[in-house]
Ligand binder design. Structure first.
Ligand code: CDP
Length: 790
């Protein structure tokens, strides 16, 4: 059931449960500059590691001479891949079941690849010594696009892999080819789009870093690292190094933004740990900005061809998609094992049609590896972009209003749960209502009238729509795993005698506000005031096992685990309350923070009374304490959705476009903290604007990365970012304990198509149907020139 009320709550403001815009508790330390990040960690005797990176994208290593570097004062060791080979650590597995060089031994395969490491008493000595390492390279031709990579006779990039004879990385398909062919045969109209979602980089404010501390006596390894998934990383560390898992502790302290970039394991972590193991002293590695941009997990880089079959009324009959992805030199996308192109097959979008067929192919190229879930669930951003661009073009082709064509094709509210043609089971939604609301807020009919008048005067004004469905909250563990580990998550809750609580989680916030929202879930379920609940994350010795935070999975999975364990403790608390009130358990009633005898509300005890009694005055035979742990494996994903409308004005002289309005109506089910949700949406909308307008990474013909610094790689500031107008609908997820769906990334998934559609809409009457992202003024200008020549 969808409502428009987002502030519905069953707790008082003092308790601050679900629905309250509680101020972010973690901000107290952040606004004081008192966060504790990896680089703040300084250990006695700590050494510093710097990595030598390849200046070229593809070359055979002839020799590496480290003698001069080793002689620099303060240098303790210089390591190459050959040194790591002795420990079987020159290569490591990736999260996508491939292998990746830790330090290159045979060849370098992308500009920025790790070649050698210097460990020194100071970072300055380490960087000085890097300059003295002499590497002789035998240059090989670089392969810079997936099309080049798969062409006949292309140089073989992964000659290290047994049986690899070409640059194909994977092929994966979904849907029903035959049924889809049938849909196309029956179609009145077929709309086609070839488009590229460009390579970009999450560029978190804090770069990747670690401090590896191996105790020489006990061989106990502690690694402080920028990890979005500390438990999974510990297990992989154990597997890679052969060290016993109980002797490895990963601590992920405050993280200055992750956005998917801190999911993969990077060579720097492995080299620092190996160095600490060998030398017997702690070793710190902190990337520079350029290192982060050129070598760590990129995102996107999908070349997509979509075809939509429709009848003359604009009803979609089928979708065919051919996608070619540029995976870089190592297949290191972090995604569920079964799904080689992530959850790209959500590409059927918010629409009801019987047939779809999606073929995806990946290729190795001489670029950095990655393919991470950058502010989105695995590859959903690319999928959402393609379908929303196609639907918009179908509207032009058929002469139907872009809002109307969506309304005609939306999955209807009574069709949920809805099984999509590629096998997703959408949990709940009311898509027409979200779009209707966005149209009302923006004043759609008036804008269309204004647009017609503008066109008559030769002015270019566009209205772009995107109605997205995301898929977040992996797993269920049966279908979804990372490197074989089922995608569940966990919560451990301890209520202490004074009624204060500690909640320990398997997920790891990177700025999303978990210390507040997860405390709110406990407050909601037990009535303990939100400020009395301390949330702990990120230390594998002190939190229960979980798969971590990415792809908006924390709330759907970790949040559910929290609600379930809090409810279990409430069951026990009711028994204790009945004992304290000398009443029968069946006669007990509960309201936030208070247990009372039914029909006699003054005969009551508080959760704090019960907490004390759990340690001091229990019913006979009951186990003392009020604590427990729950591992939650969700029955399904959650499917947040929304509709966005963007209004732009385009300058026909320069191609410059400016956003006049941006209206975003999001539905992420029950909102735990409406203010934090708004913040998440603002971040995503800014990101979507960046993708559509300026943020992308390219390479020159020699394979040099253009985008290795913030002068070349543009991320928007508050100055460029448009003003956002937010609306909301609330459709609870039927299977989530509190009805919440994830939201962290939805706006990045949904909004790029809205911005681009708006620019295309301004030019559509001139026959323009596509401009690739980012929609640079020069590209708009060129498209306009082409229309004049036609
Ligand atoms: O996994 P990640 O934390 O990045 O994403 P999320 O689970 O979608 O949550 C992002 C932030 O929004 C968290 O602080 C959530 O608790 C909060 N949130 C919320 O308050 N209500 C929702 N329905 C969904 C998320």
């Amino acid at each position: 059931m969808t409502t428009d009320t987002v502030h519905e709550t069953t707790t008082s403001a003092e308790i601050g449960g679900v629905g309250h815009s509680v101020r972010r508790m973690e901000d107290e330390r952040f606004v004081q500059g008192a966060g504790r990040y990896v680089d703040d960690i300084v250990l006695p005797g700590m050494l510093h590691l710097a990595l030598l990176r390849s200046p070229v994208p593809h070359a055979r290593i002839v020799s590496i001479d480290t003698a001069a570097a080793a002689a620099v004062e303060g240098v303790v060791a210089v390591l190459t891949g050959r040194d790591l080979e002795a420990y079987n650590l020159a290569w490591m597995p990736t999260l996508s079941g491939d292998t990746q060089a830790v330090l290159a031994t045979d060849k370098v395969r992308f500009q920025g690849q790790e070649v050698a490491a210097v460990i020194a008493e100071s970072p300055y000595a380490a960087y000085d010594a890097l300059d003295l390492i002499d590497v002789e390279y035998d240059m090989l031709p670089p392969v810079l696009t997936p099309q080049q990579a798969l062409a006949e006779g292309a140089p073989l990039i992964r000659d290290d892999k047994d049986g690899q004879t070409d640059n194909a990385c994977y092929t994966w398909e979904s849907g029903d080819e035959e049924a889809t062919n049938g849909a196309f045969e029956a179609a009145d109209v077929v709309v086609r789009l070839d488009t590229h979602y460009p390579r970009s980089h999450p560029a978190p404010l804090e770069t990747c870093a670690c401090v590896a501390d191996v105790d020489p006596a006990t061989k106990h390894v502690t690694v402080y690292m920028t990890s979005q998934a500390p438990h999974a990383h510990r297990t992989l560390f154990a597997m890679v190094t052969g060290l016993p898992e109980q002797n490895i502790r990963i601590v992920s302290p405050d993280i200055g933004g992750g956005f998917g970039n801190k999911v993969p394991i990077y060579p720097g972590y492995v080299v620092a740990t190996a160095a600490s193991l060998v030398i017997g002293r702690p070793v710190k590695w902190v990337e520079t900005r350029t290192e982060n941009l050129i070598s760590t997990g990129f995102a996107r880089d999908y070349h997509m061809r979509g075809e939509l079959a429709l009848n003359s009324e604009g009803k979609i009959l089928g979708l065919r998609v051919d996608m070619l992805s540029d995976n870089g030199a190592f297949f290191a996308d972090a995604q569920p094992t079964k799904f080689k192109a992530g959850l790209f097959h959500i590409v059927t979008g918010s629409y009801d049609y019987p047939a779809a067929y999606v073929v995806t192919k990946g290729a190795y190229t001489n670029k950095a590896p990655g393919g991470v879930a950058y502010r989105c669930s695995f590859r959903v951003t690319e999928a959402s972009y393609l379908i929303e661009r196609l639907v918009q073009n179908a509207a032009y082709e058929l002469g139907i209003d872009p809002a109307e064509i969506r309304m005609r094709n939306f999955i209807k509210p009574d069709q949920f749960p809805y099984e999509s043609p590629t096998g997703f089971v959408y949990d709940s939604g009311d898509y027409p209502r979200a779009l209707q609301k966005a149209l009302e807020i923006v004043g759609y009919d008036d804008l269309r009238a204004e647009q017609a008048a503008a066109r008559a005067e030769g002015r270019l004004m566009g209205i772009g729509i995107a109605s997205f469905t995301e898929v977040v909250g992996a797993g269920h563990g049966k279908e979804y795993d990372i490197a074989g580990l089922r995608m569940f998550d966990s919560a451990e809750l301890r209520v202490h005698p004074t009624g204060k609580a500690i909640l320990k989680l398997g997920v790891r916030s990177q700025g999303q506000g978990h210390e507040t929202t997860f405390a709110q879930i406990v407050a909601n379920e037990l009535g303990i005031p939100v400020g009395d609940v301390k949330v702990m994350e990120g230390d594998t010795d002190n939190t229960p096992y979980g798969l971590g935070t990415y792809a908006s999975r924390s709330t759907p999975v970790g949040g559910a685990a929290t609600a379930v364990i809090a409810r279990k403790l409430r069951e026990k608390a009711i028994k204790i309350a009945a004992h304290l009130l000398e009443a029968s358990e069946d006669d007990m009633a509960w309201e936030a923070g208070r247990f009372f005898v039914k029909g006699s509300p003054t005969q009551a005890v508080t959760i704090q009374d019960v907490a004390l009694a759990a340690y001091s005055n229990l019913p006979d035979g009951m186990e003392p304490g009020l604590e427990g742990v729950h591992y939650y494996d969700p029955p399904n994903m959650t499917y947040p959705f929304g509709s966005y409308v963007v209004v732009v004005d385009v300058d026909p002289e320069t191609g410059q476009w400016t956003v006049r309005r941006m209206v975003a109506v999001d539905d992420c089910g029950v909102r735990i903290n409406p203010m934090i949700v708004d913040g998440q949406i603002h971040g995503g909308l800014a990101e979507g604007y960046a993708m559509s307008s300026m943020q992308f990474i390219t390479f020159d013909e020699d394979g040099n990365c253009i985008g290795s610094n913030f002068m070349d790689y543009l991320i928007p500031t508050a100055w460029e970012t448009p003003r956002f107008e937010l609306g909301a609908t609330v459709t609870p997820s039927p299977h989530h304990p509190i009805g919440a769906k994830g939201v962290g990334e939805s706006a990045t998934v949904g909004s790029p198509a809205a911005y681009v559609n708006a620019v295309i809409d301004a030019l559509a009457h001139l026959g323009v149907r596509n401009i690739d992202m980012p929609v640079l003024p020069s590209r708009v200008w060129t498209a306009l020139q082409e229309t004049e020549q036609r």
